[in-house]
Unconditional design. Structure first.
Length: 219
C-alpha cells in the first residue's frame, strides 16, 4: 500500500478545518454537529476523526492557527526597519484574518466565529488555556514591535511597551467585535481612525490630563 504523503495529510487537515470554520461561523458552535461538519467537507467520519476527535478539538485548532498566523505577522513586522506603523500593520493583519482566512466564509460570519471562541472559553478550560497562550504570545510579539518603534524614533519613550501592546490588541479586538455585531465595517475605517489618532499632537505645556482632572474635581 502506497504511503500517504505529508502534503496530502496537510491538505486534508486544512479541508476539515476550513469546513468546520464555515459551519461554526454560519450556524454557531453549539448548533453545529459533527454530522454537519462531515457533510460540509464531504468526508467520512473515519477520515475526519483521524485528525480531530470532536468539535472542541476543531475549535481549539482553529483558534491556535489564527493566533499563530497573527503572531507571525507581528514578529515579521518587528524585524523590519523601520517597522510598519500600527495603521498599516493592523489593517494588513485584519484583512488576512477576516477576508482571506477561510474560503467561503464571509467577513461578518468569521468575526462572529471569533466572538464564539471567546465566549466558549468561559466554560471550556482547555480552550481558555489555548486563548490565554495565544494572547500572551501576541503581547510578546507586539511588545517587541513597540520596542522597534521606539528604537526607530517613532514612539515616545515614557510609556511601557506592554501597555501600548495591550492597547493595540484591544483595538483589533474591538474592531472584530464591531464587525461581528454590525457588519459592513471596512478595514479602511480602522486604518483611517488609527492614522488620525497618530497625527494628534500634545498642546503646548504638555499632557492635558491634569486639566481634565482639575475640571472633574470642580464638578
Amino acid at each position: 500500500m502506497a504511503r500517504v504523503s505529508q502534503e496530502h495529510l496537510d491538505a486534508r487537515r486544512r479541508q476539515i478545518l476550513d469546513g468546520a470554520a464555515r459551519c461554526f461561523a454560519r450556524n454557531g458552535f453549539h448548533a453545529t454537529s459533527m454530522q454537519d461538519v462531515l457533510a460540509e467537507v464531504g468526508l467520512s467520519a473515519g477520515a475526519v476523526y483521524r485528525y480531530f476527535r470532536g468539535k472542541e478539538e476543531l475549535i481549539a485548532a482553529i483558534a491556535t492557527e489564527a493566533f499563530s498566523a497573527i503572531r507571525g505577522a507581528f514578529e515579521e513586522a518587528s524585524r523590519t526597519t523601520p517597522p510598519p506603523t500600527p495603521d498599516v500593520l493592523l489593517g494588513a493583519v485584519l484583512r488576512l484574518f477576516l477576508e482571506e482566512r477561510v474560503e467561503g466564509a464571509d467577513r461578518q460570519a468569521f468575526a462572529r466565529l471569533i466572538i464564539q471562541v471567546w465566549t466558549e472559553t468561559l466554560r471550556n478550560e482547555r480552550l481558555a488555556g489555548t486563548l490565554a497562550e495565544g494572547y500572551d504570545g501576541m503581547r510578546v510579539a507586539w511588545t517587541r514591535l513597540v520596542t522597534a518603534y521606539r528604537e526607530s524614533g517613532l514612539l515616545r519613550a515614557d510609556v511601557p511597551s506592554d501597555h501600548v501592546a495591550r492597547t493595540l490588541i484591544a483595538t483589533a479586538q474591538g474592531f472584530i467585535a464591531q464587525q461581528a455585531l454590525f457588519g459592513d465595517v471596512a478595514v479602511e475605517v480602522l486604518e483611517d481612525g488609527l492614522r488620525g489618532l497618530m497625527s494628534m499632537s500634545l498642546p503646548e505645556g504638555g499632557p492635558a490630563d491634569s486639566t481634565i482632572m482639575k475640571s472633574q474635581s470642580r464638578s
